[in-house]
Each structure stands twice: as C-alpha cells, then as structure tokens.
Design a protein. Sequence first.
Length: 212
Amino acid sequence: MYEIQRGFALVSSRRQRHSTSAPNSCSLHGQAPKYEHHPFYPGHVREYCTLNISPTWTATRWANMYLAYDMLSELMKQLVSSLRAVHSFAKNFTPERFHELGIEDRRDEMYVAHLPVSHPVARTNPETRRKALFVNQDFTSHIEGVPSRESDALLRFLYEHMAQPEFQVRWRWEAGNVAFWDNRWAQHCALGDYYPQRRRVRRATIAGDRPV
C-alpha cells in the first residue's frame, strides 16, 4: 500500500510511477474538467477496484479539499465557513441524460429518492476540527441566501481554485489495482484519456456521517 496523499491510498499489483505524461483533462469528449464527490450518499470511505483496463492511457485524479481550503485567504475562509450550498441530483442527472441512458422510466423515482440537500460550503472534520471545501460542479446548484449572480461567481472561483495541480495526485491504473479514499475530504475526476476504449471498475462506499 502506498500513502500518496493524506486521505488516499492505493494497493498496486506491482510498483508503478504516477503518470505525468497522460492528458490533463478530466473530461470526456472535450467537456470541461470537473471534480466530484457524491453529497447524496453520506459515504465515509470510497473504494475502486479495477477489473478491465483500456490498453491506452487510463487514469484518475484526486484533489485534496483540506489543502484547497487551507490555501484560501483568511477572509475567504471566514466567508465560505459561514455559507451553505444546495446539492441537486437533478443538476447532473437531467431529463436529457435519463433519455440518453435509456432509463426515462426511472427518472421520477430517482428524483424522489434523491431530493436536494443542504451542506456547509466548508465542512469540518469532527475528530480533528480541520476544514475542507465541500462543493462540486456536478451537483452543487447554488449557495443559500445570496443572489444567483453572487452564488455563481463564488462557486466558479472555488471550482477553479480547487482544481489547481498543487492539490492533486494522479494515478495510472493497471488491472487489479484497488484505491481507497476518504470521500469527505477528497474529490475525484476520471480522466477521459481512454476514449473510445472502456474501463471497468467496481466501487463500494462505507457509510459515513452527515457534513457539519
């Protein structure tokens, strides 16, 4: 097991280097890079096990949200620590996406099962009291209590800030690798470097606590 960053570890079938020459985009088909966590499932630790790997590049990046918060100015830390944001399943899983996936008959059921939730913009580790940013482009719809223009501007700044290379680690997968990370303090981004090939993984989540 290799301790790559605090909150992330990987079990490898053999020693390998972190990829440095793979494409940097976290996108598929030219979309903008986006990091994510899943705020609708109070997951504590998340696990990936790779089963089938494309013969071309295939990698995942993780971003450390502790560091992202720590590197904000003191005034910005005070601001984000006072705010809450709404996370919407429907923002990412739009009616058009359900149609593309061929599961339109499940749309209403999924929307009811995953209602919007409110979480702190900067959540606190209940054991260490350390703070980490807790918003992401896929699901965070807006910041509560502020005009939409201000909400959009602040979220855009935070997304750009947390995507800085200084907060990241990237791993090039091989079949049999297993990765563990703490989903409360890290976000992940699957690189679109294997398209049009496919990679197959299994994922499991250990139940966690409600963000505070």
